[in-house]
Design a protein around this ligand. Structure first.
Ligand SMILES: *[C@@H]1O[C@H](CO)[C@@H](O)[C@H](O)[C@H]1NC(C)=O
Ligand SMILES: *[C@@H]1O[C@H](CO)[C@@H](O)[C@H](O)[C@H]1NC(C)=O
Length: 238
């Protein structure tokens, strides 16, 4: 089941016309068996998806983020309130909700009233709310905000695709990522071409931003705000 989740994630990838094969393909003939094993190992890594904060949004009885509607469990967690599906835990944190929603490969998650986690692929149908409306501490971490009555603190998930060997040019996509595991990119210079830049994107690298002779190697397939003013070509693993 773990592997099929991974496969589903790959199917959802949105390949576009430009494909840049990288030199790692030379290992392809040796790597068939390891790749099968890696499929399951890589999954656990992916479940530690990173996330970016999108703001405070209104919720009503018609749930805004409703991807768990009709589910009874997600991963090891029980889904409660059959209408609008949510996971309620007394140790809820932003990280835990991210991990829960990663089991379903959802793109967004929202935290409400301290302990409720919603997962889905869209958000915002009831509109945004003032940031100050989201003012309840998370049940599992009083330093974090987990929405309020009828308010979701909404986040976007950012997944790794560590085993893809192909890159494609993509539209620029920004998020304020949250992480405790170090910087979101490093820069190598001089690098002469986008192809060389992509070649240098290997371990712990999901995307590149190439501009003039600077190759920014990104840990996630999304641009951090620090790179907003940098022009250039953005390519992600697909
Ligand atoms: C992300 O961070 C930037 C810079 O700190 C800020 O201007 C922007 O409003 C933030 N965006 C979101 C969606 O939080
Ligand atoms: C949170 O609580 C659930 C259910 O009691 C438990 O399975 C899980 O391990 C806890 N998670 C953390 C991060 O403490």
């Amino acid at each position: 089941q773990s592997c099929s989740w991974r496969e589903a994630q790959k199917r959802q990838a949105n390949p576009i016309s430009v494909r840049l094969p990288i030199a790692a393909l030379t290992m392809q003939t040796l790597s068939i068996l390891p790749l099968i094993l890696c499929c399951c190992i890589a999954l656990d890594h992916s479940l530690g998806a990173e996330f970016g904060h999108l703001g405070c949004f209104v919720d009503t009885a018609t749930r805004d983020i409703n991807g768990l509607d009709g589910w009874s469990t997600i991963g090891p967690y029980s889904v409660t309130w059959s209408s609008g599906g949510t996971v309620e835990l007394s140790n809820m944190t932003v990280q835990l909700c991210s991990e829960i929603c990663a089991y379903g490969n959802f793109r967004y998650f929202g935290l409400q009233h301290s302990s409720f986690c919603f997962c889905g692929n869209s958000y915002g149908r009831h509109g945004s709310a003032a940031d100050s409306d989201c003012n309840m501490a998370c049940a599992g971490n009083s330093a974090q905000i987990c929405g309020s009555f009828g308010r979701n603190s909404v986040y976007r998930q950012v997944y790794n695709r560590p085993d893809s060997k192909y890159f494609a040019l993509a539209d620029r996509d920004y998020a304020n990522l949250t992480s405790t595991s170090g910087p979101f990119y490093r820069t190598e210079q001089p690098v002469r071409s986008l192809t060389e830049c992509v070649y240098r994107c290997d371990a712990d690298c999901q995307a590149v931003l190439f501009h003039l002779d600077a190759c920014h190697l990104l840990r996630f397939a999304v641009l951090p705000h620090e790179l907003k003013t940098v022009a250039g070509k953005f390519a992600i693993r697909v």
